[in-house]
Design a binder for this molecule. Structure first.
Ligand SMILES: [Fe+2]
Ligand SMILES: [Fe+2]
Length: 178
């Protein structure tokens, strides 16, 4: 399997979550409210699965290796664009969580902010994923030898294997600081 195989499988789960988020957000928009526990779950999925696990492997393995190659102008531009999109998704999740915290404390003014963040993600991910699946991932593999793609695939498995341990170590460290 190529290292883009697991990334494309992960895209399917992100798409499924985005569809679920869309259904929920449409209801909230109509009813003028949110379910803050579901917003927490969406934020957790976006932060841990979509960002740490998925973007983590894209940037930390695939983009890192590609940046060592002589990329075409188009591929270099696309890679920078994709990384910039990851950064804007990351910022939107932070903004959504902050707004949700104020909403829970009684600030109704935060409702449109939360809904706008959800809608940003709903609009963003399908386009971002299509760009990667249809225009970037496959051509990016041409820069590597089969040995190099094998190494990246193995590094991806290793990254996933260590992820949960790192996450909980971080949580324990936070607890110890309290
Ligand atoms: Fe991405
Ligand atoms: Fe992706």
């Amino acid at each position: 399997m190529l290292p883009i195989g697991p990334l494309m499988i992960e895209h399917r789960l992100i798409e499924k979550m985005i569809r679920a988020m869309q259904g929920r957000t449409e209801i909230w928009r109509r009813e003028g409210r949110i379910d803050h526990e579901l917003v927490d779950e969406a934020a957790d999925f976006l932060r841990v699965y979509a960002d740490k696990c998925h973007h983590g492997k894209e940037e930390g393995i695939l983009f890192r290796e590609l940046s060592r190659k002589q990329l075409s102008e188009e591929h270099a531009r696309l890679m920078e664009e994709l990384a910039e999109e990851h950064r804007s998704a990351r910022k939107t999740v932070v903004k959504m969580v902050e707004a949700k915290e104020e909403y829970v404390l009684g600030s109704r003014a935060m409702l449109p902010v939360i809904l706008n963040c959800m809608e940003f993600m709903i609009d963003f991910y399908p386009k971002h994923i299509e760009k990667e699946d249809k225009h970037f991932f496959l051509p990016s593999m041409d820069y590597f030898t089969p040995e190099e793609t094998d190494l990246m695939l193995k590094e991806g498995w290793e990254y996933d294997k260590n992820l949960i341990h790192g996450l909980y170590k971080e949580k324990v460290d936070m607890w110890s600081l309290r």
